[in-house]
Design a protein around this ligand. Structure first.
Ligand SMILES: [Mg+2]
Length: 284
């Protein structure tokens, strides 16, 4: 660590189909190299914010040769790690702050309490974590009825939960994540900002889909990458949120998809980095 200026800008980004070009849209050549240069600036602290577990975040970092971040918010915001050159340190204070919602139970306890559930199958062990219990749902399941039933069931046991529902592409299986009610991407980013001394003027979030929306509709400056799906773009447009920028492409001749969209958002919110990216000197 090189002093306070290292923490001047907190750059938070989702991984799948935001930083990782693993969607159907093309990636601009050179976009990830450009992101890498920004992420390596001494005044930028990088945070990955993902539904993935730590093991699957590490797998993505290796596969796509991503820069090492200072923070990782994994498991849909139910785990936070501080990363130093030698190790990943689990931020236990975050677990402590969200654990009371589940009455101190962990994922395995909650799974035993719920027992067998019709239409739901537990996800692989690598996708479960202390404060995240995840299921696959049959493709034909009535999601509203399932979520209502789950809410009633958890409330009866005194469990306060945040139920995060999404659809798997291309399989169209339902994905249900059960988290403590005070956990989630937005809540975890707020915790990180507060504990690490970042405010709204020096934080940026980038995302692409439904489970990023709570952050993008909040007061936190955010960018929606151009390859986002149509329903997410519609919701973003409806929100008329000044803190949300939707990437369109065209910046530095790039298409606004994935990391090009993140860079476009960085340039929109941080003029100093815009000037640096456009300028001849890129030593940072
Ligand atoms: Mg994503």
């Amino acid at each position: 660590m090189r002093g306070a200026d290292l923490k001047r800008l907190l750059l938070c980004t989702d991984l799948d189909r935001t930083l990782l070009p693993n969607g159907i849209e093309p990636e601009s050549p050179g976009a990830r190299a450009c992101f890498d240069r920004v992420a390596r600036r001494h005044d930028v602290a990088l945070a990955y914010v993902s539904g993935r577990s730590r093991a699957l975040v590490e797998q993505a970092m290796a596969e796509f040769d991503l820069p090492r971040p200072q923070f990782v918010i994994s498991d849909v915001g139910s785990t936070i790690y501080r990363i130093d050159p030698a190790a990943w340190q689990r931020w236990e204070a975050w677990d402590g702050s969200i654990g009371a919602d589940w009455q101190g139970l962990s994922c395995g306890d909650l799974r035993r309490l719920l027992g067998a559930l019709p239409g739901l199958n537990p996800q692989e062990e690598v996708k479960q974590n202390r404060h995240k219990l995840s299921y696959y749902a049959d493709p034909e399941v009535d999601a509203d009825a399932l979520l209502d039933g789950m809410r009633t069931r958890l409330e009866a046991d005194g469990i306060k939960a945040n139920l995060v529902w999404s659809m798997e592409m291309p399989g169209r299986r339902g994905l249900l994540d059960i988290l403590p009610s005070s956990a989630g991407k937005l809540q975890a980013i707020r915790f990180l900002m507060l504990r690490s001394g970042f405010g709204l003027r020096n934080t940026l979030f980038a995302g692409d889909s439904g489970n990023d929306l709570d952050v993008m509709l909040s007061e936190i400056p955010s960018v929606l990458v151009a390859n986002a799906d149509a329903p997410t773009k519609e919701q973003a447009a409806k929100a008329q949120n000044d803190a949300l920028y939707v990437a369109t492409g065209g910046y530095l001749g790039m298409n606004g998809n994935y990391s090009a969209g993140i860079i476009e958002g960085i340039a929109h919110f941080w003029p100093e980095i815009d000037a640096w990216l456009r300028g001849p000197g890129r030593e940072g």
